[in-house]
Design a protein around this ligand. Structure first.
Ligand SMILES: [Zn+2]
Length: 475
C-alpha cells in the first residue's frame, strides 16, 4: 500500500522461544552431536530452483550447521554421509524457503480493520487515525510477532520489511528465527518513532550499526516514496545506505497518481526522476513498480534494481497491474511480496505465487506468460536476486544457507501430481507446508510452529482487537 506505512510504531518485548520437536534430527541444540554435524533431509522430490532447474526424484539435502553441505539423490548422500541422522521426506516436496520481498509486518494488527474502500478514504478515515492513536513500540512488537509466525508457518523464511521502530522488528525477526531485510522508514513528516528528519537519520544510523554483520538480519534504509521524501532527503538516505553498504528500499511507481504528481513536479516519471537523483542502482529494492514506461524498464534493468511485485495488494487497492513479463524479459530481478497485511490481507506467499501466475495471463490475454516455474522462481531465487542475496539463499545449492521447506503434496486438492511446479504453484496452499528450516534450524515441524509463545500472541492480538474494533468500517 503506497501510504499504509506513513504513520508508525516502536518496540518493547516478549519471549518467543523456538525449540525443536522431540526425536528429530535437526534440533539446533543437538546438531553438534550429529556425526560430522551433518544431517539429511532425505527421500522426497527436491525442487532445487538452481540455474539448471534441477528436480531430483528420491533426492536429499545434507545440512551442516547453518549451510547446505550437499544436494543429490538419497542413495548417493546416504553413502557419502553414513551414520548421519536422517529426517525422512518420503512422498514430500523439498524446496527453498519462500522470500517475501515487500511487507510492513506490524500492520498485521490492522488486518481486516477496513476493506473495499477507496484508497484515500481507507487511509485518511481508518488507517492514519488508527496509526496515530495505537501504533507505538508495543504495537510493533506484537504485530511483528504475529506476522513472523504467520510467515514461518506458511513457508516464508525470508522477508523484507519497512516500517517504523524497525529496531523492534529486527529484534522480533531475530527471536522468531526468520531471515529478514529490515528497513527503517524515512519520511518527510513527523513519524511515530522520530519527529524530525535529523532524528530519523540518527536513529537509522544507530540501527544500521547495531545489526550490520548479523547472520540473519540485514538492516536497510527505507525512504518511503518519491512523493513523500524530498529530493535532498532521498539522496541523503542513499548516501547513508552507500556509506554502510546496505540495501535501499523504496516504493516506486505504485499508482498513476504518483506518476502524475512526479511528472507535474519534475517533468520526469518516477523511475527517471530517482535515476536523475543518482540513487537508482543495484542496492535498490523497488516496491510495486506498477507503472514504469518501456524506457524506464530498460533503466531499471541497466541499473540492476531489484523489484518487489505485489500482485494481490495492487489488485485490492486497484493500483494496476505491473508489467512483469516485460520486466522479466528485460532481465530485471523480480521477487514477490505481499505488501502490508492491512492491504492484502495476509502474508501468504503461496497466494501471491498463484496470483502472479494468473494475473498476467488475463491482462495479456495470453495463457503462456508467467509460467508456473517462472512464478515459483520469483518467490525463491528471483526474490533472492532482487535482494542481492542470491549467493546465500533462494535455491538449494552447496554452500548456501540451509533455508528450506518441505511441502506435503498428498492433499486431495493436490492429487494427482504430474509436475511438481504445477502442484506447487496452482494447487498447494500454505497449510500444506509441513517443515520449515532456517539456517539449519527447524522452526515448523509436522505443520506446527515450534514456538512456545503462540498463546501469548493470541492473547495480545485479542487485546488489540478489542481496542480497535470500534474503528471497523464498512463501505
Ligand atoms: Zn508497501
Amino acid at each position: 500500500m503506497r501510504f499504509a506505512t506513513l504513520l508508525p510504531v516502536v518496540a518493547s518485548c516478549a519471549i518467543l522461544v523456538l525449540s525443536c520437536g522431540e526425536g528429530s534430527a535437526p534440533a539446533a541444540a543437538d546438531r553438534e552431536t550429529q556425526p560430522d554435524g551433518v544431517w539429511l533431509l532425505s527421500g522426497g522430490t527436491v525442487v532445487t530452483m538452481d540455474g539448471q532447474g534441477s528436480v531430483i526424484e528420491a533426492g536429499a539435502v545434507a545440512i551442516r550447521g547453518s549451510r547446505i553441505e550437499a544436494v543429490g539423490t538419497a542413495a548417493d548422500l546416504g553413502e557419502r554421509f553414513p551414520g548421519a541422522e536422517v529426517r525422512s521426506a518420503d512422498g514430500r516436496i523439498v524446496l527453498p524457503g519462500l522470500i517475501n520481498t515487500h511487507t510492513h509486518v506490524p500492520m498485521a494488527l490492522f488486518r481486516g480493520l477496513a476493506d473495499d474502500l477507496p484508497l484515500k478514504e481507507w487511509l485518511e478515515d481508518v488507517i492514519f487515525p488508527a496509526e496515530a492513536e495505537y501504533v507505538d513500540e508495543e504495537f510493533v512488537r506484537w504485530g511483528t510477532r504475529l506476522g513472523c509466525l504467520e510467515m514461518l508457518r506458511g513457508g516464508t523464511t525470508t522477508f523484507v520489511d519497512m516500517y517504523y521502530f524497525e529496531d523492534v522488528i529486527a529484534e522480533e525477526a531475530e527471536r522468531c528465527g526468520a531471515r529478514a531485510v529490515v528497513g527503517e522508514s524515512l519520511i518527510d513528516f513527523p513519524a511515530p518513532d522520530n519527529k524530525s528528519w535529523e532524528d530519523a537519520i540518527a536513529y537509522t544510523e544507530r540501527f544500521l550499526v547495531r545489526w550490520k554483520g548479523h547472520d540473519r538480519i540485514t538492516p536497510a534504509v527505507a525512504p518511503h516514496a518519491p512523493y513523500t521524501v524530498s529530493a535532498e532527503h532521498l539522496q541523503a538516505a542513499h548516501e547513508l545506505a552507500v556509506r554502510h553498504d546496505v540495501p535501499l528500499i523504496l516504493h516506486l511507481a505504485e499508482d498513476m497518481s504518483e506518476v502524475d504528481e512526479i511528472l507535474e513536479r519534475t517533468g520526469m516519471r518516477p523511475v527517471e526522476y530517482v535515476d536523475h537523483l543518482g540513487i537508482l542502482d543495484d542496492r535498490m529494492i523497488a516496491n510495486h513498480v506498477v507503472w514504469p514506461s518501456p524506457s524506464e524498464i530498460e533503466l531499471l534493468a541497466e541499473r540492476g534494481v531489484g523489484v518487489a511485485h505485489c500482485p494481490q495488494s495492487n489488485m485490492k487497492v486497484a493500483a494496476g497491474v505491473a508489467p512483469v513479463p516485460e520486466m522479466l524479459a528485460a532481465g530485471i530481478a523480480v521477487g514477490l511480496g505481499t505488501d502490508g497485511p492491512a492491504s492484502n490481507n495476509d502474508l501468504d506467499l503461496w497466494e501471491e505465487i498463484d496470483t502472479a501466475a494468473k494475473l498476467h495471463k488475463v491482462i495479456k490475454s495470453d495463457p503462456t506468460v508467467v509460467s508456473a516455474e517462472e512464478a515459483l522462481t520469483m518467490a525463491t531465487i528471483g526474490g533472492a536476486r532482487a535482494l542481492g542475496m542470491e549467493a546465500d539463499i533462494g535455491s538449494l545449492e552447496v554452500g548456501k544457507r540451509a533455508d528450506l521447506i518441505v511441502v506435503d503434496p498428498r492433499g486431495l486438492h493436490q492429487q494427482p501430481i504430474y509436475d511438481p511446479y504445477s502442484t506447487l504453484v496452482y494447487s498447494t496452499k500454505s497449510a500444506d507446508v509441513e517443515t520449515v528450516i532456517v539456517d539449519g534450524r527447524v522452526l515448523v515441524e509436522g505443520g506446527e510452529l515450534l514456538s512456545e509463545d503462540l498463546e501469548g500472541v493470541r492473547v495480545a492480538v485479542e487485546r488489540y482487537r478489542e481496542r480497535l474494533a470500534g474503528l471497523r468500517t464498512r463501505p
